[in-house]
Design a binder for this molecule. Structure first.
Ligand code: PEP
Ligand code: MN
Length: 293
């Protein structure tokens, strides 16, 4: 029997956009977030609260995650909330607090931008700008982010295919900005017991198709605090270049996503386990070092 006559696809059934394609650029892209390199041999952990709520909440959480080994601080100042009545974030005041910690601790920060009009402002404070799941196909925002010359953390749309995800990244690269990190954060499926279904198969698939670094967000991926450590470990085992994890100094009092946020102790414990998993697969967890003067 001639195998060429068989129509079963042996690989994917779409064309990988050229700028993100691993075939076109066979060396892995290293994204440099103010000195922290994502996409190389080391696994980078980004951690912090879902939203910036106050100086006390941000600083106490941030100091603890840094102490436990997180290299980049996360924290939303502009929050995309399903309900208009939920806490929307502190806005520019949140950015100022992130900027203050960033300077004091020498720790790079990532924060979300939701609107083209705010890209410039957010880029003044952040070392990397996040485009959230709900905005993955906001094409003007992707273009604006591509023009701002800061690394971009692009989260997979909750209803998006791998092809759509790569096409969204291509929009950013098309503006001349290659510094893009892809983040798998769970997709919507028929399964209601978890907030989303974390598609861990997206990690090897993306690594197979693109030279861009791939990280995983286990917090939004399941929406359940107790499950986050298992998924974080699995993500590293499956080849993720990093993780972004929600941590809060008092998860039960959090104004946003407390149910999926680790406590400071839970995060510290997870970091020790992640070191072991990384070691087992021949990688290392990146160690934080002051990078910002
Ligand atoms: C977040 O990181 O807090 C967030 C809103 O993520 P996502 O866009 O993946 O829902
Ligand atoms: Mn969140």
């Amino acid at each position: 029997m001639e195998s060429a006559s068989c129509n079963i696809p042996i690989d994917i059934n779409f064309t990988v956009p050229s700028r993100v394609s691993l075939k076109k650029k066979p060396d892995a892209t290293i994204v440099n977030v103010n000195g922290i390199k994502v996409g190389g041999s080391e696994v980078v952990v980004i951690a912090g609260p879902c939203a910036v709520e106050s100086q006390e909440q941000l600083f106490q959480t941030a100091r603890a995650v840094k102490e436990s080994g997180a290299c980049i601080l996360r924290g939303g100042a502009f929050k995309p909330r399903s309900s208009p009545y939920s806490f929307q974030g502190l806005g520019e005041e949140g950015l100022r607090l992130l900027g203050k910690f960033r300077k004091e601790a020498g720790m790079p920060v990532v924060t979300e931008v939701m609107d083209t009009r705010q890209v410039g402002l957010v880029a003044e404070y952040a070392d990397m700008i996040q485009i959230g799941s709900r905005n993955m196909q906001n094409f003007p925002l992707l273009k604006e982010a591509g023009m701002c010359r800061k690394p971009v953390l692009l989260k997979r749309g909750m209803m998006s295919t791998i092809e759509e995800f790569l096409l969204a990244a291509e929009y950013v690269l098309n503006q001349g900005n290659q510094q893009v990190i892809l983040c798998e954060r769970g997709i919507r499926t028929f399964e209601p017991s978890t907030r989303n279904t974390l598609d861990l198969s997206a990690v090897p698939m993306l690594k197979h198709l693109t030279h861009l670094p791939v990280i995983v967000d286990p917090s939004h991926g399941c929406g359940l605090r107790w499950m986050v450590p298992s998924l974080a470990k699995a993500a590293v085992a499956v080849g993720a270049d990093g993780l972004i994890i929600e941590v809060h100094y008092h998860p039960d009092k959090a104004l946003c996503d407390g149910h999926q946020s680790l406590s400071l102790d839970e995060f510290a414990l997870l970091m020790t386990d992640l070191k072991k998993i990384s070691h087992a697969i021949g990688r290392k967890i990146s160690i934080p070092e002051p990078s910002i003067g």
